[in-house]
Structures are given as structure tokens and as C-alpha cells.
Ligand binder design. Structure first.
Ligand code: FAD
Ligand code: FES
Length: 285
């Protein structure tokens, strides 16, 4: 059993969980993920490591409630336990002295980008970050990301905070500007990563994305997470999750992510009929 040492609400439906997981904390690197299971009958879901503390033996993840398992996790709080916490899985993000690195984070993925931006900065890169969300209430860790960036641009789709518009607009301006951008890291919803990759492609700037296909085992055995990159079938769990965004077959990824929409909808309805968010009958601070 893995104990939740801390749960924090970061934004509506987005929560931070610090788990007691000393073995994972010893080995975690930016860009890697864990697979968790809430209980014996639970579904396995991948979540990226947002932080870790080897001394404390803890690993932090940030989870957005989108379906049954992530919403069930949302009912757990500090002091609760889950059944499985496996990792670190996947390859770490390539960290090197590239020069100027632009880190683009969409929505909750700021938690995924944070350790990458920090490592890029510590390695001697100039880091320019772009943080985007649909609206102000969904933004979090702005100060944290600023603290590891030389420059930070914040956008909201509805203009409720920062600059109004999508992350691709300041990204394009940076690429058109005087400063040479040596690498772009773009992490967020697939559609955002697709359009960031389309934005950088004409400029020939290598763009790394973190793919999020449906995963089951996370160890290369089931084939569920297969994606097409450069015309070759790759397994995101063992060959990724980071890939060159210019090579990804985005339409295939977006279509495969929708494979079980009907079953996911029915599963959520069933859970909600059985009590849903009220199943555990307690309110969390
Ligand atoms: C490598 C990786 C890292 C991820 N990191 C994070 C993270 O740090 N924080 C976060 O909030 N989310 C993360 N996700 C997405 C998260 O795993 C899904 O939101 C979650 O699995 C949805 O499960 P559900 O039962 O709540 O929703 P469901 O209703 O089952 O699914 C909702 C949607 O989520 C996707 N999904 C469903 N099951 C899986 C699965 N087993 N694996 C991957 N995607 C699935 C599908 O596109 C689906 O349409 C990551 C996904 C991957 C592949
Ligand atoms: S999740 Fe099974 S092969 Fe990648």
C-alpha cells in the first residue's frame, strides 16, 4: 500500500498528491511516469512525476479528474492509501546544454514541465517558458515555473489573465524574433502539442512532445500505447513518452485516444450512480 502524504487542491478538479514511494523517489527523472492503481479492482493509469524527494522518500504527481479513475483518486486525501504505485517508467527527457530552450506547458502539464525546465536551467540553458490555460482559475504553479525560467509568458484562451490567446501565438513570435531558439519542449493536451509542432516545423526547431496514448501495462507488453512516429510503430511506454513532435502521426494518436469513449462514459455514469464523489463520504480540506 502507498500512503498519500499530502493532497493539495491546485485548481478546480486538479489535485496534487505526494505519495510515500521511496524506491521510485530514488530513481525518478524528469519526463518519467508512474502507473497507479487505487485498489485491487482498479484500472491502471499513468501519471507523470512532477517532483520527488529522495530524502523524504516521496514522489509527487498532479492529476486532473477526467474519468472514473482520476475522479476516484480525487476522493482520496492526505493519509489515505492506494494499492499500487509502479515506476519510474518510460525514458527520461533528454537534458543537455542546448542553448535557449522554450518550454511550453498547457493546462495541468505545467506540473510535468516543471522538473524539465528546472533541469534545463540547472544544465546551463536559457529557459523561456510559456504557460497556457483555458482561464485564470485553471492556472497554477506560475511562480514555481517563473523561478526556473529566465522569462515566462502566460496566456489564457479567454483573456481572464495574462495574454489572451493560445500558447502557439507567443511561440511563433519567439521563433520569428532575433533570439535563436535551439529546442522546444511542448507538453499538454495532444491537440496543443500537435499545433505547437506545426508552429515550430517551418522554423526547423527540434520539438519534443510527451505523448499520452492509452496505456495498460506500461512495460511494452500489451501494445495498447502504440503510436506512429516517422512512419514507424513505437510503444510510447518504452520508446517514449518523449518523441520528436514533427514526426508524430497526430491524427492517429487523437483517433486512438477516443477508442473507448463509450465504455468510459458508461463507467463514469455507473460509478456516479453508485455514489461517485460521495462514495467515501468525507470532505477533504
Ligand atoms: C505517459 C502518460 C502520462 C500521463 N500523465 C498524467 C498526469 O501527470 N496527470 C494527469 O492528470 N493525467 C496524466 N495522463 C493521462 C491520464 O493517465 C488519463 O487522464 C487517465 O488514464 C484517465 O483515466 P480515467 O479512468 O479517469 O478516465 P477515462 O474516462 O477512462 O478516460 C478519459 C480519457 O483519458 C484517456 N485514458 C483513459 N485511460 C487511459 C490510460 N489507461 N492511459 C492513458 N490514458 C488513458 C483516454 O484518452 C480517455 O478518453 C498521462 C497519460 C500518459 C499516457
Ligand atoms: S502500455 Fe502496454 S505496451 Fe505500452
Amino acid at each position: 500500500m502507498y500512503k498519500i502524504l499530502l493532497r493539495q487542491d491546485l485548481a478546480p478538479n486538479i489535485h496534487l498528491y505526494k505519495f510515500e514511494a521511496p524506491d521510485v523517489a530514488k530513481k525518478a527523472r524528469p519526463g518519467q511516469f508512474v502507473i497507479i492503481r487505487i485498489d485491487e479492482k482498479g484500472e491502471r493509469i499513468p501519471l507523470t512525476v512532477a517532483d520527488w524527494d529522495e530524502k523524504e522518500g516521496s514522489v509527487t504527481v498532479v492529476c486532473m479528474g477526467v474519468g472514473t479513475t482520476t475522479r476516484r483518486l480525487g476522493t482520496l486525501g492526505t493519509g489515505d492509501f492506494i494499492a499500487d504505485f509502479i515506476g519510474p517508467l518510460g525514458n527520461p527527457t533528454e537534458i543537455d546544454k542546448f542553448g535557449t530552450v522554450c518550454c511550453v506547458a498547457g493546462g495541468f502539464a505545467v506540473a510535468v514541465v516543471m522538473p524539465i525546465a528546472r533541469a534545463m536551467k540547472q544544465t546551463g540553458n536559457k529557459v523561456i517558458s510559456i504557460l497556457g490555460a483555458r482561464s485564470k482559475d485553471l492556472l497554477f504553479w506560475e511562480d514555481e515555473l517563473r523561478s526556473v525560467s529566465d522569462e515566462l509568458i502566460v496566456t489564457t484562451d479567454d483573456g481572464s489573465y495574462g495574454r489572451k490567446g493560445l500558447v502557439t501565438e507567443p511561440l511563433k513570435e519567439l521563433l520569428e524574433g532575433n533570439e535563436k531558439i535551439d529546442r522546444v519542449i511542448a507538453i499538454g493536451p495532444s491537440i496543443m502539442m500537435k499545433f505547437c509542432s506545426l508552429t515550430t516545423k517551418p522554423f526547423g526547431v527540434k520539438t519534443i512532445v510527451s505523448l499520452n496514448p492509452i496505456m495498460v501495462d506500461g512495460t511494452g507488453m500489451c501494445g495498447c500505447c502504440r503510436v506512429s512516429v516517422g512512419g514507424v510503430t513505437r510503444f510510447a511506454c518504452v520508446d517514449g513518452p518523449d518523441f520528436d513532435g514533427h514526426e508524430v502521426d497526430w491524427d492517429l494518436l487523437l483517433a486512438r485516444q477516443k477508442t473507448y469513449l463509450e465504455q468510459e462514459k458508461r463507467s463514469l455514469e455507473l460509478w456516479q450512480r453508485q455514489g461517485g464523489e460521495h462514495t467515501l463520504g468525507f470532505e477533504r480540506p
